[in-house]
Design a protein around this ligand. Structure first.
Ligand code: TA6
Length: 275
């Protein structure tokens, strides 16, 4: 059974976003009727697995930690696989909340800090705005990583260019090497999985008939991922050649750790607009 989901609509442009409470995942963003996000045809929307597509938020760890306080957690943490509560909603904006009480017993044991996450999604003439506020609600300091794992829908991956990464160093998770981006633009031509570090605030995705601008605040890193033909081996990835029609360009704070003292909070956000 599909988990609870709801839509918000920009009253001026008619742009809409649909959000699943499971994983606070934006599963669709239509700007002037055109779908901007990729959602796998085999995505599980029933709460049995993180949603493959849209914008699953990653917290408190990016990838799989091999040591430290996140080491018991599954890849990408628990935010994308927990049921969030809607605490505020109007026509154009919604805020969802997650606290330890909302977590599974297992997740609570794996990461036992006291926290409050508030995730606000809004649609406006500026685009789709997603903002995550992280609060330390406990008496122990903690560290975390976070990322908005955005799957963009593109017409043709071969004609898709990511612009704005030149000059930045990146960790290549395919080759396990670190390098400096020397090209003006990145075109995926095989499996791509790179973490660009400390990138200037705006990157652009030129995808043929559509240009997307991704603006970030307090999400200094940019991850670019395309599984290429490897997507055939992913049980929830469809269609089989769907890698040709998607690119993940993910705004994150993932190359280091964010520290939060008791009572402190931080805000991380991105705006997606079609230019
Ligand atoms: O953000 C890129 C990445 O971490 C890749 O390494 C890749 O495996 C991907 O996310 C998908 O991860 P998932 O856990 O959703 O299968």
């Amino acid at each position: 059974m599909e988990m609870k989901a709801f839509s918000i609509t920009d009253q001026k442009t008619g742009s809409t976003a649909r959000i699943s409470c499971y994983g606070a995942t934006v599963i669709s963003y239509k700007q002037r009727g055109r779908e901007i996000l990729f959602l796998s045809t085999k995505a599980k929307l029933d709460g049995t697995k993180a949603i493959r597509g849209g914008i699953p938020p990653v917290f408190p760890v990016f990838g799989k930690a091999t040591d430290g306080p996140c080491k018991e957690l599954p890849q990408h943490g628990f935010a994308r696989t927990s049921m969030w509560r809607v605490i505020k909603q109007d026509l154009e904006t919604a805020t969802l909340e997650l606290t330890p009480n909302d977590l599974s017993e297992e997740a609570r044991q794996q990461w036992s800090y006291d926290f409050k996450l508030q995730y606000t999604v809004s649609v406006s003439t500026d685009g789709l705005h997603c903002s995550l506020a992280v609060e330390n609600a406990g008496s122990m300091p903690f560290e975390y990583q976070t990322l908005l794992h955005t799957y963009f829908r593109v017409e043709d991956i071969a004609a898709t260019r990511v612009i704005g990464l030149k000059g930045h160093s990146f960790k290549d998770k395919v080759t396990s090497k670190t390098a400096q981006a020397t090209d003006e633009e990145l075109v995926c031509e095989s499996e791509t999985d790179r973490v660009y570090i400390d990138v200037q605030p705006d990157v652009q995705i030129d995808a043929g008939s559509i240009d997307i601008k991704l603006q970030r605040a307090n999400l200094n890193d940019v991850v670019v991922w395309n599984p290429w033909i490897g997507c055939k081996n992913m049980g929830d990835f469809g269609p089989e050649d769907g890698y040709k029609n998607m690119i993940c360009v993910e705004a994150g704070a993932v190359s280091g750790w964010q520290s939060l003292a008791p009572g402190a909070s931080k805000q991380h956000s991105q705006t997606i607009s079609v230019v």
